[in-house]
Design a protein around this ligand. Sequence first.
Ligand code: 8X3
Length: 249
Amino acid sequence: MSKTALITGATAGFGAATARLFVRHGWKVVATGRRRDRLDELVRELGEENLFPAVFDIRDENAMKEALSSLPSEFSEIDLLINNAGLALGTKPAPDIQLDDWRIMIDTNVTALAVITQHLLPKLIERQGMIINLSSVAAHWPYPGGNCYGGTKAFVRQFSYGLRCDLHGTGVRVTSIEPGLCESEFTLVRTKGDQKAYDETYKGAKALQPEDIAETLFWVASQPAHINMNSIELMPVSQTWNPFRIYRG
Ligand code: 8X3
């Protein structure tokens, strides 16, 4: 009997790579996202018996509830929630940002993630399921311009740990995945479509690839039921930390 994963933000990047890998390993996948054409492409690629497209904006709670309550029965028994939907907007220092960018990051990375998790908890508890949340190295390591994005990802990590406490005794497992530099559309979104900035970010860096993250998620999901990976932080070899900066006035 195959298991079912619901992957948010599955239209590109980590989400799409993860959908492909899980289907390849015999899972059924509910792929959520705003862009119907992208999800339809995934259905064509992976087969409608394996992947169900749930088209909604993760920030729209009513649309989310409607989509979750109308999943076809072959896809409604969710064993694994992968909270992947999330974004960074902008790299400017805090005094210069656009406030709407912060609002969108908080609404998506924090509020929507918490809301969909809460809606799926009864099913996950019933099935002794698993939650994998996509946090980031930015949850631990501050860097200039990371401001609100890093704050949202710190929420994701701590929320994951808090969930573990509250789910004590249910058998539900929770993991926070914290990737560093990874080459994906994420950076085009962050730079608002600036291809030059995108190219410079990855130039010569041998960044992580979405498929690397997918493999990590699959490995976590494949552990025996008595093992909970609390968190995994991963970076490309090319990425390390900077020294502290000292301002000398
Ligand atoms: C983003 C990872 O290294 O670009 O989640 O800040 S990094």
